[in-house]
Design a protein around this ligand. Sequence first.
Ligand SMILES: Nc1ncnc2c1ncn2[C@@H]1O[C@H](COP(=O)(O)OP(=O)(O)O)[C@@H](O)[C@H]1O
Ligand SMILES: [Mg+2]
Length: 418
Amino acid sequence: MSVGSLDRGCAARREGWVWIRKGLFGQERVRLLLEKSRLSVVDGGQKEIWSVETARCRFFQGWENEIVVKDAHRTMLFKVEGDRHEFVAWWRAMEAAMCPKLRNYFHPEELIGEGQTALVKAAWSKANGGNVALKMMSRSSGIHADHVLKQFLNEVRVTRAAQSDHVVRIIDAFATETDYVLVLEKGTRTLLNLLEERVVFTEREARKVMGQLLGTTAELHKRGITHRDLKLDNILCREGEDDYMLLADFGSAAFSGADPAETKTDTFTAHVGTPAYLAPERWREKKYGPQVDAFALGVIMYALLSRTFPFPITGCWENGSFVEPDFTSDVWSSVSASAKSLIRGLLREDPRKRLSSIAALQHSWFSEEDSRTLDGDLTCRARSLPPKDQNHSPTRTFKTVALAQLAISTFDLSAHSF
Ligand SMILES: Nc1ncnc2c1ncn2[C@@H]1O[C@H](COP(=O)(O)OP(=O)(O)O)[C@@H](O)[C@H]1O
Ligand SMILES: [Mg+2]
């Protein structure tokens, strides 16, 4: 199965004259075009008059040189003009477009990542040698096979709708006998890996990262998409560019209807996300809107500047009330007041008062003139962090929280008092 007209490497492309039935006895000579996973009929002026996605069709052999294409609504029958060789060539091209085999297009290599639902392997394209990542979801991993397929199709749909500069590029999608596979642009490391390597970000570096994340989130919200699981390990660095961020893992994302001002607070009820990044309304009211993304970005910004998390593993909701983020530890003493003010704005308890991603981009932290305030802090803050290997250090807290990858779907909400 292929999904939509994706950018398959060695695409089946074929063009030629065929006859289609018209009415009971008539027939018409038209040009048939098969490109990637799209089959269309074009008139003499190359204008498309009919098309289908091959992923949504079945096809059969009809009389003589006839091929029957059937989707949910209609049946098209076309007779190949020319001899048997021409028919066989069309048949092979249709087979390639409708039942593409992953291994004909991509060569899988080593494992590069593991998430809650998927294994991710490096691979290269047999068409152009380019590096890609294969996100593989086992078809037998869910309780119901249908559920895995639904999740996979949702992820393909949302990732495609989300495509923009700072979103991981989706190249193709396949179903093999064992897995559903998304073919993605290959990133290098995650933002979590980068933070572990760098210890802490300067405000200048953090500003660059946060600008990209907030800008992309604002664009997603404008398009009616809420990510719902923004976290350090769902953000990748583009190959060769450590400061170019890519939002990834749209497995929990959903369409909410366009809400650029991010004011809706009751769009969703689904239990998705990761506890350490979950907004308080998720715990309190269970209904929520796109503003949960802004809250998660507040958690990410807090982590970038301090290498600690604002909330414990179990999240921001404890004994029935909101845990206010704390800025009193030494590591915060050299962080600018405007950075803290932006984090506070993003981590506001009430989603209606929380800064939206678009409003956060207008915050004065992004136009701070005095670069000394932003850069001179690094050594000072790095010094105020306890050594990496000490127990109970913020680093340890960071690791513990960062590595707790419990998805909310497996996290027992009923254990919490609301
Ligand atoms: N396109 C990619 N390039 C490189 N590594 C990736 C890519 N996509 C995912 N990964 C790695 O695999 C991990 C799991 O992928 P993710 O999409 O988050 O799966 P899940 O939905 O199971 O959480 C990521 O945290 C990252 O380390
Ligand atoms: Mg993930």
